[in-house]
Design a protein around this ligand. Structure first.
Ligand SMILES: N[C@@H](CCC(=O)N[C@@H](CS)C(=O)NCC(=O)O)C(=O)O
Length: 208
């Protein structure tokens, strides 16, 4: 059994979606980052940067932090969505999400969604970078069904919950036809619908 310790955020949803996709037994332990629970010593022991998500694999008592590393672990353990022959390509798109797509869209959330009017520079900078990310993903998906090729992989699972915040981004997902096609296709997957509702409160995936 896997225990997922997380806040209800895109990085946490990556893991609940993956756990649903691979049909592993799991339970969610909510970490309230607004109440600073990520800094509790027992949590920092599991996550040295005080970040969610974390998993504990109760089959072997291993714990892991960093959502990309967790997806790789679950992909290897289940033998799903992380095809041995495609790993070099999958890793590129996964690392691109971890190092670029997530952190930049995360900054865009900070300036544009949570703190509008506080920094014109920050708002403009991350708006432009986010537009660029939409455009780059759209370009890739104009040539490829999924990010790492013809198959749905952990790279798509990592990226999807970030694009699902598109209403916060105000960039206009509709304008990006290939990215929208990919988004709609993934939105329909039963495991994605279930995993997106991480806290089981009936949270729905935003439509394009
Ligand atoms: N690279 C990390 C980023 C994790 C991350 O930024 N988590 C946020 C929530 S989405 C968090 O725990 N923030 C609390 C904090 O920074 O104190 C991952 O992908 O796991």
């Amino acid at each position: 059994m896997i225990e997922l310790l997380t806040a209800n955020t895109p990085n946490g949803k990556k893991i609940s979606i993956m756990l649903e996709e691979i049909s592993f037994k799991y339970k969610v332990t909510k970490i309230n980052i607004n109440k600073k629970e990520q800094f509790k010593p027992e949590f920092v022991k599991l996550s040295p940067f005080s970040k969610t998500p974390v998993i504990i694999d109760h089959d072997n008592n291993k714990s892991l932090f960093e959502s990309g590393a967790i997806l790789i672990y679950l992909g290897e353990k289940s033998g799903k969505f992380y095809d041995k022959n495609e790993r070099t390509t999958i890793n590129q798109w996964l690392m691109g999400q971890m190092g670029y797509v997530g952190p930049m869209l995360g900054q865009h959330h900070q300036f544009h969604h949570y703190n509008p009017g506080k920094s014109e520079f920050g708002e403009n900078r991350y708006f432009k970078i986010s537009e660029r990310i939409y455009s780059e993903l759209n370009e890739r998906l104009s040539k490829s069904n999924f990010l790492a090729g013809k198959n749905y992989t952990i790279a798509d699972i990592a990226t999807f919950p970030w694009i699902a915040r598109h209403e916060w981004h105000d960039i206009g997902l509709k304008k990006y036809s290939h990215l929208s096609r990919w988004y709609n296709q993934i939105s329909k997957r039963k495991a994605v619908i279930k995993g997106y509702d991480l806290l089981k409160k009936g949270e729905e995936i935003p439509k394009v």
